[in-house]
Design a binder for this molecule. Structure first.
Ligand code: DX5
Ligand code: ZN
Length: 219
């Protein structure tokens, strides 16, 4: 059986009680907590920063999977590491020197992720693939929850999985945006092993988190 992990995005949670929402996600069987950080500049929306992550840290032992949609990202990496992030994912377009930012995250003893927007090619990060822990493939243009999955993403996941297998790389393949009960199977079969989901986890089946996580994982 495939070892699939679910990383619920708290973007769709009730922001007035994030601590409780995170405890519920852990109880419901989440594997990671996906935290979407937006700056109103790299993406057209604003969310939260390090103080909120720090405050939430005590509500769960699950790893914080922190998706930074901020630019320039480099100077903020340390603050996110100190706040209690476990995986720090950055976009190549958001830093002057991708290698330097990757090394910085590693030096802080955090797992490093690199994210590909729908129109960013795998080639852009090819030379870094041996050096990172996770590739986050965006299946929507980042900025908002509740968008429709872009079907061309399936081919990109397959291409990345092929490169991974051919070279015996160990990075996780995570997919983010519009993941639902209808497309999760194809996403997993294409080679992804971590699914991010906000809307499906919090809104389907009247917010039955456990059921929604189980359904997303089943292939
Ligand atoms: C989009 C974010 C996603 C998003 C996922 O910019 O990175 O994590 O919130 O939410 P859904 O599952 O609603 O597409
Ligand atoms: Zn995200």
């Amino acid at each position: 059986m495939k070892n699939i992990k679910i990383s619920p995005s708290i973007l769709s949670a009730d922001f007035s009680q994030l601590g409780k929402e995170i405890s519920n996600l852990e109880k419901g069987g989440a594997d990671l907590i996906h935290v979407d950080v937006m700056d109103g500049h790299f993406v057209p929306n604003l969310t939260i920063g390090p103080p909120v992550i720090k405050a939430l840290r005590k509500y769960t032992k699950l790893p914080f999977d922190v998706h930074l949609m901020i630019s320039p990202v480099h100077k903020y990496i340390k603050d996110f590491a100190n706040a209690g992030s476990d995986i720090i994912t950055i976009h190549p377009e958001a830093t002057k020197d991708l290698k330097e930012s990757i090394m910085h995250i590693k030096e802080l003893n955090k797992k490093v992720g690199v994210s590909l927007n729908p129109n960013t090619k795998i080639d852009v990060i090819k030379s870094h693939l041996s050096n990172i822990d996770l590739v986050l493939i965006m299946s929507v243009f980042p900025g908002f929850g509740g968008q429709k999955f872009i079907p061309e993403t399936i081919k990109k996941i397959k291409d990345l999985k092929e490169i991974k297998d051919k070279n015996n790389y160990i990075f996780d393949i995570e997919v983010d945006g519009g993941v639902n009960f209808l497309n999760s199977k194809d996403i997993i079969n294409a080679g992804a092993n971590i699914l991010v989901s906000g809307t499906t986890i919090f809104k389907e089946n009247n917010g039955d988190i456990k059921k929604n996580i189980e359904t997303l994982k089943s292939v």
